[in-house]
Write a protein that binds this ligand. Structure first.
Ligand SMILES: Cc1cc2nc3c(=O)[nH]c(=O)nc-3n(C[C@H](O)[C@H](O)[C@H](O)COP(=O)(O)OP(=O)(O)OC[C@H]3O[C@@H](n4cnc5c(N)ncnc54)[C@H](O)[C@@H]3O)c2cc1C
Length: 384
């Protein structure tokens, strides 16, 4: 059982190796340019689609690969060892875009959206956060959806939505207030009149990924676009976020491990005071600590994923995995940049990109403070 396993099955190891080779041979040589140009890497995403990565946890009957969520996590980790923009594009498309439709959608919604989402031909997104609040998302939500005849009429604004404005974005799940103390999710196809996608934010990191503000002004979609049951939106996004945290933890482990990878190469080549800098114990200890952080964070997400796949509660483990993984990513990115000295501050080396990309891991899909709140609640401290 995966709950106690730390070794991969032959199938998972084969997938891991395939994505590792793709990241090294296809992504690594070109992604720095996309990042500096703040350009979405359509060609890389197309190839990821051809490999089946967008369909990893989706059953074959819906056009997916029939794998599991852990397989997705392994792919996210291997991509993030090289680049986080590409990894978050996959994470948001599958975990936030496609999985809610698979988990909660009607047969018609699954049939309409999943084959294109699973092939990567189309990207999905999930609009939960609003300008007024992400942590207290229910308290800060102002977006409304009102039934009028056979349509939902949506009004409101969503902030920071990943994958929502690419040329291949097809659908956004929008969380909206549909009644008193009632939140529902409504699927809004790209291009629907009244649905406006703003220009890309200028970001500190994840610069080759797509993040936008969305606004809805009397935006009408058919009543049948309600995702699952009316009033289940809150429960849906809690479940989606629990799973998403395991996926983001995998991405953070990838970034943390990528820092080790880069340092191992650099400290053999860079010389100071008559030796390669890797000769000095101060540098060796830094890298040993980096490896230990990546390793322990990996065990945390494997454990959370194992519980998820076993169908037992994993909320606490998912929050722990995300917390320790984002800490590992931040610490490793800082140390790796230090090991690289001045070159660590130059965009020509990946570690500078890792440094910029690490910070969002302490914020997105629940801040580190929110993870601690979730862990404390699971320990019974929530009602004190
Ligand atoms: C690049 C990027 C991509 C994103 N992609 C998506 C996406 O695809 N879909 C989506 O819906 N959202 C997305 N988000 C939004 C993200 O999930 C939120 O930014 C995040 O949840 C935090 O919400 P906030 O920004 O409103 O911060 P706030 O909730 O305003 O928090 C501000 C600070 O207060 C702290 N805080 C809040 N409440 C408490 C408390 N009770 N105790 C202690 N501290 C507290 C927080 O931890 C944080 O440090 C994305 C964000 C970014 C930057």
């Amino acid at each position: 059982m995966l709950t106690t396993l730390t070794m991969l099955t032959p199938e998972h190891e084969e997938l891991r190796k395939t994505v590792e080779a793709f990241a090294r041979d296809v992504v690594a040589p070109v992604i720095g340019g996309y990042y500096e140009r703040e350009e979405f890497p359509y060609e890389i995403v197309r190839q990821m689609g051809a490999m089946g990565l967008f369909g990893l946890p989706i059953p074959e009957e819906h056009g997916g690969m029939g794998g599991d969520y852990f397989a997705l996590c392994l792919a996210l980790e291997e991509l993030a060892r090289v680049d986080s923009s590409v990894s978050i594009t996959l994470e948001a498309a599958v975990s936030l875009g496609a999985m809610p439709i698979y988990r909660f959608g009607t047969p018609e919604q699954r049939e309409r959206w999943l084959p294109k989402l699973a092939s990567g031909e189309m990207l999905g997104a999930f609009g939960l956060t609003e300008p007024g609040g992400g942590s207290d998302v229910a308290g800060g939500m102002r977006t409304t959806a009102v039934l009028d005849g056979g349509d939902w009429v949506i009004n409101g604004t969503k902030a920071f939505i990943t994958n929502s404005g690419t040329d291949i974005t097809g659908v956004v799940g929008v969380a909206a207030i549909t009644g008193e103390r009632e939140i529902s999710t409504i699927l809004v196809p790209s291009g629907t009149p009244g649905f406006t996608v703003s220009k890309k934010y200028s970001k500190v990191g994840w610069n080759a990924s797509d993040t936008r503000e969305l606004s809805f002004s009397d935006c009408r979609v058919p009543a049948a676009n309600l995702l699952g049951e009316r009033g289940r939106g809150y429960a849906q996004f809690l479940q989606t976020l629990d799973e998403g945290r395991v996926a983001i933890a995998a991405l953070g482990v990838g970034l943390a491990q990528g820092c080790v990878d880069e340092c191992l190469k650099y400290v053999r080549e860079r010389r100071a005071f008559g030796h390669p800098i890797g000769h000095y114990q101060a540098i060796q200890f830094k890298i040993a600590d980096m490896e230990a952080r990546a390793h322990t964070a990996r065990l945390a997400y494997y454990h959370a994923a194992g519980k998820m796949l076993a169908g037992v509660p994993f909320k606490k483990e998912a929050a722990i995995a995300k917390l320790v993984s984002s800490n590992a990513a931040m610490d490793n990115a800082r140390d790796a940049t230090q090991v690289f000295g001045g070159y660590g501050f130059m965009n020509e080396f990946p570690v500078g990109r890792f440094y910029r990309d690490a910070k969002i891991l302490e914020i997105g899909e629940g801040t580190s403070e929110v993870q601690r709140i979730l862990i404390a609640r699971q320990l019974g401290l929530g009602d004190l």
